[in-house]
Design a binder for this molecule. Structure first.
Ligand code: GAP
Length: 594
């Protein structure tokens, strides 16, 4: 291949392809269990990736737990089946599966449709329609090219199933979202919040989805990390601190614009978007306003970032409204987080299925006198009449009295039990309407949920930081990572392999570590190669110790900035303080005096 051909081949390679190669080579992330051939949808974060991911999680915790005054918990990743019966995941957490008749490969049917037709939201189509589209467009298997027309499209539940304990009498599931670990503990968590709304609970942890076709490295995997906040509010009383975010500028892509032929993104502010109704929920708007500057601070390029509202057919079973934070990756938008208004869906469902109290007692300003319809059934009648179902009949009568007291106007009252109708003499129900003084009422809080995918954010941060330039006539690749998230803040090198230089460099590295900085020591290869290595992992600064450093009293060391490659000579004893100030954002490299 000629030099020109090499250049053309390189130009054709996307940033994602180059990034995935760099990630593997430099220890950011790679497919797991390579020794056994690897397995789709599982990735290991190497030393650099684990550090970057940890820094992103710390930054998220600082902003969404600590700064907002929320509580953080750490729940198990396996939960029993009734939890997911209640949450709706057992019945409704499905994707559309189509299998190739020739090679047997499984594909997400909606993705096959979206990738090969003009349909943008195939996920919201009913299965028979997806089958029709596949036949009409004569869509083929992405793996082998065989026709998929006539193949059945099935619902495939994404949860990983397991058994709790020996045998199969206690089925359990790996959690598909960290959220359920928070919802099921609400009766206890509300006590920790002293029964006062609003309050928020966060969790950072693994979630598991048996994706039909995991793809694009860590963007769609089967095990990933979520950072979620469940914020519980009284929808009638609580209001967010919108003033603190009203001037935050955002790019919005509302559902109305996505529906329209010439629809486009809107540049506006959070305050204006709430005022003109673009964002219906002030609470969702508040969290979008908090999230935007946070994303910017961890290194997402704001020219490649937007909030997109879900189309009605796209929303999850629990969401009344939802906006996604999206980043642009090689010309495609990917979802990094969802900001959903989950209403009282989850707490109501868990109350219904568990029988526990998922409510908060809301005290009235003044006690109220209200009329209450009550029943006090005659059990000497119900017992012989209904046997073991007598208590269920009492429950039906209580519910009916609360719901429709006119049902007790006649001589008999009708109830339904397991599909069968029964008539009960009203005199046996002990029905009465009484005046009661009440200090408050039990309400089911509503939930606003900012749900961040950590892996997709890590991918975006790396992609948006990826740079290529030329230094001294040589091509260079570097990651312009923000110091807050960069895995290593400073690399320390002895100029050459020499015991004295190495000892001095090791001492400097130890001092910098003691100052709380993350430091790597490197004495292998020539100095140019060591700079390139640190550039590629995104280390913001390198310190080189040379003979002048050890031979002269105030010889100093060379400090090189990654992005500009500019170098300055700085005093050794001031290094920890100076570099710490730069790391904290209190000092700029350009302003340093040599
Ligand atoms: N509790 C709400 C919830 O789980 P979601 O939109 O399904 O909502 C939230 O997931 C975030 O989790 C997504 O925005 C995405 O960043 C991340 N995520 C979801 N599925 C993923 C997968 N298969 N691989 C990597 N990240 C994923």
């Amino acid at each position: 291949m000629s030099e020109h051909d090499h250049a053309a081949a390189n130009a054709a390679e996307s940033t994602s392809e180059k990034l995935v190669e760099l990630a593997k080579r430099r220890g950011y992330f790679f497919q797991s269990a390579g020794a056994y051939g690897g397995v789709g949808g599982f990735y290991t974060f190497g030393p650099q990736g684990a550090a970057l991911k940890g820094n992103v999680e710390d930054a998220w915790r600082d902003r969404f737990a600590v700064a907002e005054g929320n509580m953080e918990i750490d729940a198990p990743t396996i939960m029993p089946e009734p939890v997911f019966e209640a949450s709706g995941h057992l019945d409704g957490f499905d994707d559309m599966l189509v299998e190739c008749p020739d090679c047997g490969e499984s594909h997400r049917a909606d993705h096959v449709v979206e990738d090969n037709t003009d349909y943008e939201d195939a996920e919201s189509l009913p299965i028979p329609e997806v089958e029709e589209v596949i036949a009409e467009y004569e869509l083929v298997c992405p793996a082998c090219g065989a026709g998929l027309a006539g193949q059945a499209v099935d619902s495939f539940n994404l949860m990983f199933a397991t058994n709790i304990g020996p045998g199969d009498s206690d089925p359990g599931y790996m959690r598909p979202e960290t959220a359920q670990g928070i919802f099921v503990e609400f009766p206890r968590l509300k006590e920790y919040a002293r029964n006062q709304l609003p309050f928020g609970v966060t969790q950072i942890g693994r979630a598991y989805r048996n994706e039909i076709s995991p793809r694009r490295s860590i963007i769609r995997t089967r095990e990933f990390t979520q950072a979620e906040l469940e914020y519980f509010i009284d929808p009638e009383e609580d209001e967010p601190d919108l003033e603190s975010v009203e001037d935050v500028e955002v790019t919005l892509y509302p559902a109305s614009e996505q529906h329209s032929d010439d629809g486009e993104e809107i540049r506006t502010t959070i305050g204006a978007a709430v005022d003109d109704g673009t964002i219906a929920s002030p609470w969702v708007a508040y969290f979008l306003g908090v999230a935007k500057p946070w994303y910017e601070a961890v290194g997402v390029d704001m020219d490649r970032f937007r909030f997109r509202q879900h189309l009605p057919g796209e929303r999850a079973h629990y969401a009344a409204d939802c906006w996604d934070a999206e980043s642009e990756i090689d010309g495609n938008w990917i979802e990094m987080a969802g900001f959903a208004y989950r209403s009282d869906y989850d707490l109501s469902k868990h109350a219904e299925h568990s029988g526990d109290r998922f409510t908060i007692f809301k005290q009235y300003d003044e006690p109220k006198t209200v009329e209450r319809a009550t029943v006090d059934p005659d059990m000497s009648y119900l017992g012989p009449e209904f046997g073991g179902d007598a208590q269920a009949v009492v429950g039906e009568l209580e519910a009916l009295a609360e719901r429709d007291r006119s049902a007790f106007d006649g001589d008999t009252v009708e109830i339904e039990l397991e599909g069968e109708r029964h008539e009960i003499p009203v005199e046996k129900t002990g029905f009465a309407v009484e005046e009661q003084t009440e200090a408050g009422e039990h309400i089911i809080p509503h939930v606003i949920e900012p749900s961040f995918g950590v892996d997709r954010l890590v991918y975006t941060v790396l992609h948006h930081a990826y740079r290529e330039d030329e230094v001294a006539g040589e091509e260079r690749t570097f990651l312009e990572l923000d110091p807050e998230v960069a895995p290593t803040f400073v690399g320390v090198f002895p100029l050459q392999n020499d015991d004295e230089l190495e000892d001095a460099a090791r001492d400097i590295a130890a001092d910098l570590r003691e100052a709380g900085l993350s430091v790597t020591y490197d004495d292998s290869g020539n100095i140019g190669r060591r700079y390139r290595r640190q550039d590629e992992v995104g280390t913001p600064f390198c310190v080189t110790v040379d003979y002048e450093s050890i031979e002269q009293d105030e010889g100093g060391v060379t400090v090189r900035e990654r992005d500009s490659t500019n170098q300055k000579r700085l005093a050794i004893d001031e290094l920890p303080e100076t570099l710490s100030a730069i790391r904290a954002g209190d000092l700029a490299f350009d302003d340093l005096e040599e």
